[in-house]
Design a protein. Structure first.
Length: 345
């Protein structure tokens, strides 16, 4: 089994694909597994920067049958960028012996398209779980090997609601983003054994307060009808210098948690990327103090959360082109968010 490499490039605008031309000459188009990016739109229903980015990158992924996942919103200091996941041969010596005893591997895939009335429901969760399990089997990894399941999931539009043959979970298009993220995250938790099948409905009903996954990273968008899935995992069958650590922030100001995770990076290792989910806590509090992220009529709460957590993460990581995505329903504890750190030994 071959492993992967991850290259990060800042972008000048949502249609910037210059990073593809900056890859090593040895990389061929068919080696491109996934493009994971941050774009400078509002991250909400009408964020068309995600669609623009996927439109220009998806043709470059055709030969490899890879996928794109774009998360909108680079509030505060966050810098628009792309992370290119590349299939890479094992690191071996001149006799063919592996130079590393393990490595990071990745796989990608998509679920079937969801009907409008399925989005955000237990059907959405179970279809996601089934696909995640199948992808894990393809690269021969178990739940204990997985560090991150990153997904782009669909949302409801007014048009979809109006033509739906059955009642949808909500008629509010913005709220549908959260329901879709939640169902996807619960599906990931089910696939990884973090919840049982009997706990799916209760996890959905709690809106992320129970039955969450520390390895789910889900964002929703208008640019697709199914779930685009990227799985990062460790494998003893691969040989490369890429490693990952997963965990979570307990709340939006969990500096201690971030420092604990980054302290696990070995001395001398190269920091590659940190993937973080952020959300405003639904109880309106951060460590007992009132916040106004949910009651601001001018700016959506997910935008506040991205800006706040993005500043904290950038300060810890030492770079502003970090992947911080808003809306963490079921992705880490309520008010916190999942974290995945990738580094190179």
């Amino acid at each position: 089994m071959s492993g992967i490499a991850i290259y990060k490039f800042t972008t000048a605008h949502p249609g910037d694909v210059s990073g593809f031309k900056q890859l090593p000459e040895s990389v061929k188009p068919e080696d491109l597994v996934a493009v994971i990016g941050k774009t400078e739109g509002n991250g909400c229903v009408n964020d068309f920067t995600r669609m623009l980015s996927s439109t220009v990158w998806d043709p470059l992924l055709e030969s490899s049958k890879g996928i794109s996942v774009f998360s909108g919103g680079t509030e505060g200091v966050l810098s628009p960028h792309v992370n290119l996941v590349i299939n890479e041969p094992d690191y071996v010596d001149d006799k063919g012996a592996k130079l590393y005893s393990e490595g990071l591997v990745a796989t990608v895939g998509g679920t079937r398209d969801f009907e409008p009335w399925e989005m955000g429901t237990s059907v959405h969760a179970r279809v996601t779980a089934e696909k995640v399990k199948k992808l894990m089997a393809e690269i021969e990894v178990g739940p204990e090997d997985v560090h991150m399941v990153l997904v782009k999931c669909p949302l409801l539009t007014t048009a979809k609601v109006s033509i739906s043959a059955k009642e949808c979970i909500t008629t509010d298009t913005y709220k549908s983003m959260g329901y879709s993220r939640l169902a996807t995250a619960v599906g990931i938790a089910l696939a990884l054994g973090e919840v049982t099948d009997d706990e799916v409905d209760a996890s959905l009903a709690s809106y992320g307060e129970q039955g969450w996954s520390s390895r789910a990273s889900c964002s929703s968008g208008v640019e697709l009808e199914n779930n685009h899935i990227v799985i990062l995992a460790s494998s003893k069958k691969a040989s490369n210098p890429y490693r990952a650590i997963h965990g979570y922030m307990a709340d939006a100001i969990d500096l201690e948690g971030l420092l604990d995770m980054t302290a696990k990076i070995p001395e001398g290792a190269e920091r590659v990327q940190i993937f973080v989910k952020a959300e405003p806590s639904t109880d309106g509090l951060v460590r007992g103090k009132r916040h106004t992220m949910m009651t601001d009529s001018d700016i959506q709460g997910t935008r506040h959360a991205r800006a706040a957590v993005g500043g904290l993460v950038s300060g810890v990581w030492g770079e502003s082109d970090v992947y911080v995505s808003g809306g963490a329903e079921g992705q880490g504890p309520m008010g916190g968010g999942s974290v995945c750190v990738v580094y190179k030994v």
